[in-house]
Write a new protein. Sequence first.
Length: 409
Amino acid sequence: MHAWPASEVPALPGQGRDLRIHDTATGGPITLDPGPVARLYVCGITPYDATHIGHAATYNAFDLVQRVWLDTKRQVHYVQNVTDVDDPLLERAERDGVDWAALAEQETQLFREDMTALRMLPPRRYVGAVEAIPGIVPLVERLCDLGAAYELEGDTYFSVEADPHFGQVSHLESAAMRLLSAERGGDPDRPGKKNPLDPMLWSAAREGEPSWDGGSLGRGRPGWHIECVAIALDHLGMGFDVQGGGSDLVFPHHEMGASHAQVLTGEFPMAKAYVHAGMVALHGEKMSKSKGNLVFVSRLRQDGVDPASIRLALLSHHYRADWEWTDQVLQDAVTRLGHWRAAVSRPDGPSVEVLVDEIREALANDLDAPAALTAVDRWAVTQERQGGTDAGAPGIVSRAVDALLGVAL
Ligand code: 5CA
Ligand code: ZN
């Protein structure tokens, strides 16, 4: 699949900072030391509805990861998937009487447009589950050969017991795992499974559903976790720097994915850090396509909201926090954007030497975007109240806000 166009990232004076980030697997901050090419995998959308603010908040977090790395003069190899065949997509297509592939293509295209408008840097590889199928089948076959998978009435399951490190991403008790598995696409109550938590690797063709040639597995379609693993291993290899997504993916998705990869390669861990963004809520409940309590990015854009203010609204919350979208959050961002734009519209202003460092330090410190915004606010207030004499200072602020926060002033 093709991704979306990249906005220019201006180079900044001075030195970028190495990223310290909270790792779910170890439960604490770690300083990442990627080589000259940092490797990032972020779980993409299941395209059966438009991009909502929760999605945008999660992609904003990983856009910041990318920007911090770029600021340290590294290249970033960023891969994102599109779950363009899965139960919720097929169910929605069936409900609405539309072709599932056309629905997926339409919503993926809208996502690209939203990401472009929000100035999210695109992945270098944007890969659909369907196009990954030829790479998924041999991995499932290999898991079977390794004794890590088994067949149940034509379907193929992964055996979680095959991975001695299973549980080391989420550290959940098995009862909690079971509950989450049932909630998030698993089938812990299906009779005949070796372990209720075992996830599907390959699902045998069912009447009325799309299916593909699965070699020795028979016709069918891939399970969710192996899809992401196949794409990540193909494009990034084992031991990549960050596996990212929202906190709703910690279990089972990232736990299972890590186990698949670790059993397949015999290496540990799959990723150096597992990084998770908090959940955005609307009216007190997690924004989710299945509940329908959504604020769409495309809708806000249609209503004439400047994407830069949507982006500032996202940045005003720490990525790990769960938070609630309200009109006030957006209104505050609109006001802030107005102040910042006025402050950078003059030819000179207060010194920015400290400011650029403050933004860098805030982001390097577990992506503390709210602290970065506060630093820019301080500069803008000084500019507003007393101005300054540094020629070109507003230009540097504008470049720093663009390069590090993705906001065009
Ligand atoms: N296709 C899978 C990942 S492989 C999936 O979870 N798709 S999704 O469309 O449901 O979500 C896309 C991304 O947005 C995921 O990283 C998910 O964790 C995140 N996300 C979903 N809902 C929210 C929310 N309310 N707040 C923050 N992030 C969210
Ligand atoms: Zn995924």
